[in-house]
Structures are given as C-alpha cells and as structure tokens.
Write a protein that binds this ligand. Structure first.
Ligand code: IPD
Length: 312
C-alpha cells in the first residue's frame, strides 16, 4: 500500500535540517533586530530568509497550486492564516527568535503538515542542540532515531511544568500569567521551567523531561509540529478553555471569567473549569503527559482573551 505523505515527511526533515544550518551560521554573525507586535516581539532578517528558503523549497518540490502555506513571517506580512482541507504546511522558521538574538541555546525550526484539517506530521529541529524531533500520525514520535515517550508521572507534586510569558506585556495579562505560575508553583510542583521556544517545550513534554507545557497567546506555527510529536509520544493536548464554560454561551459571563471575579462566578453558577478539545487556532494550549496532570494545571490557569489566529 502507498505510504501516504512519506515523501512530504522525509522532505520536511531534510528542509528543517537545511534551515537549521542557515540559522546556526547566521547566529555567528551580527544579528539585525526589528520588532513586530510590541517592542519585545522580535524578528530578524534570518526569520524572513529561512521562511523563504523553506517555503521556496517546498513549492519547488510539491508545486505551488496544490499545497497551501501558513508561515509566521508571511502572516506577519498580511498573508491569510486559515486552515482549509487542502494539504497545508504550517511553518515557524525560527521559533525562539529572542533566544536566537541573545545566543540563548534553544532555537527551533518547526514544520507541520495538515490535510483535511488534520495534522499528518510534525518536525521540530532544535538546531543549536542538533536534535531532530519528528512524528507522523499513528507512527510514534522520535528524537533523531530514538523512539520517545512522555513521562509516566501522575502526581502533580512530582512534576516539572513549563510555561512562557509570551510577548504581550500589558500589565493585566502579565498579572494573570504570574498569578497562574504562583498557584502552580505552590501546589507545589518540583519546578517551573521555560526554554523560550514553544516547539522545543512541546518536545520536552514528548520526551518526558517535563510533564506539561501550557501557554495562552501562542500561535499555530509555534505548536502545530509539536502537537503531533506530543500526541505520538503518548501525551495529550487540550484547549485551556473548557466546553463547560463555552456551553453557557453568555458573553457577560465569559467576560467576567476572563477579567477577575472568577471564584465568585464559579461558585454561584457551579461552572467547572476544564479543558476543551485542542484547537490549533485558539491560541490557548496545554500539552501534558496525561489527562490527570493536564486537568490539574487547567484548574489553576487564569484565562485571558487572545484573538484567534484565524479571526477574520
Ligand atoms: C515564541 C516562542 C515563545 C513563546 C511565544 C512565541 P517566536 O515564538 O515560541 O516560547 O512564548 O509565544 O511567540 O516568536 O520566537 O517564533
């Protein structure tokens, strides 16, 4: 039988390796930094150049008409960020741009491929460590040639959790992020960490180095490849915002839940905070080794609004 998408997968691994080499080389020269959505949302010529190399190679190999592309820097320049049923590549050329600029040693190339809105494979090349994380749907997850699996820790008190601060520094969001971290730290967990790249963070969940990684405000290109890798390593992905809240379907209540008064409303309406199904475009993600750990973390997360990646 035909090994569907194998050619695309092998090509993605090769392109990610090539892109990683370009990033490594660029890191040794002077890096010119520009900003995007805020003064801490950095972008470099390397981000743009590497995205062009990746998309250029893919178009050359698979033809422009049949495949679609969602790339971080193309979207920043106004290209649409919509997932259709067509074969679609979702690309972050340099995940961990701030790390790259500072020489902090975690920078990843993230390439995912979806068909009929389902992720078929993901490749995350942690290029400064030279580790190639990869997974195809239904075929397990690997770091280089070794099979990887999530940790078997079930007790939150024996876990390490990763979170990031993102690039939005509005005081009310930062307050929620730190309040969430404080609550999780004081459960207590063994530790809180963060590598500065969402893609690498997800691979750390996949190989069992940490139990979970969550973030509100991430984008589809940061997590698409990592999502396949976590799932194939036996882990779980959830949206931090639960169905039970959504089903109430009341704008005022949703707003109140996002801006303070949470405990009061939670008690009065008996709403349970729980994870919803993973949504690539919702910008709210928990990845964990198992549901028990994911649910425990979601209980502590103070949700704040983030506009969907595919918002019109
Ligand atoms: C960022 C990294 C970081 C996460 C941010 C992302 P970028 O990606 O993944 O870990 O906290 O939310 O934007 O901008 O370096 O590709």
């Amino acid at each position: 039988a035909e090994d569907l998408w194998k050619k695309e997968y092998d090509f993605a691994v090769a392109v990610a390796r090539k892109a990683g080499a370009v990033i490594r080389e660029a890191g040794e020269k002077e890096i010119k930094v520009c900003t995007k959505s805020s003064t801490v949302d950095l972008v470099t010529k390397t981000d743009e150049r590497v995205e062009k190399i990746i998309i250029g190679s893919l178009k050359e190999e698979f033809g422009e008409g049949t495949h679609c592309f969602i790339g971080e820097e193309s979207v920043a320049k106004g290209e649409p960020c919509i997932l259709t049923d067509k074969p679609t590549w979702i690309i972050d050329p340099v995940d961990g741009t701030t790390n790259f600029v500072h020489g902090f040693p975690f920078v990843a190339v993230s390439i995912a491929f979806a068909v009929n809105k389902e992720l078929e494979f993901g490749v995350v090349y942690s290029c400064l460590e030279d580790k190639m994380y990869k997974a195809r749907r239904g075929k397990g997850a690997f770091c280089d040639d070794d099979r990887i699996t999530v940790s078997d820790v079930e007790e939150i008190k024996k876990s390490i959790i990763i979170s990031e601060h993102g690039t939005d520094r509005s005081p009310e969001k930062v307050k929620k992020i730190f309040s969430t971290m404080q609550k999780i730290l004081c459960i207590p967990v063994h530790g809180l960490r963060g590598s500065g790249t969402a893609a690498t963070n997800m691979c750390l969940v996949a190989c069992g180095a940490v139990e979970a990684f969550f973030e509100i405000g991430i984008h589809c290109w940061d997590i698409a490849a990592g999502a396949v890798i976590v799932k194939e390593a036996g882990g779980i992905l959830l949206d931090v915002d639960g169905m039970s809240i959504r089903s109430v379907n009341c704008v005022a209540i949703n707003q109140a839940l996002c801006f303070g008064e949470t405990p009061l409303l939670k008690n009065r309406l008996c709403l349970t905070i729980q994870g919803g199904p993973f949504d690539l475009m919702s910008r709210r993600m928990v990845s964990a080794n198992n549901k028990k750990i994911a649910d425990r973390i979601i209980k502590e997360i103070e949700i704040f609004p983030a506009e969907r990646d595919d918002a019109p």
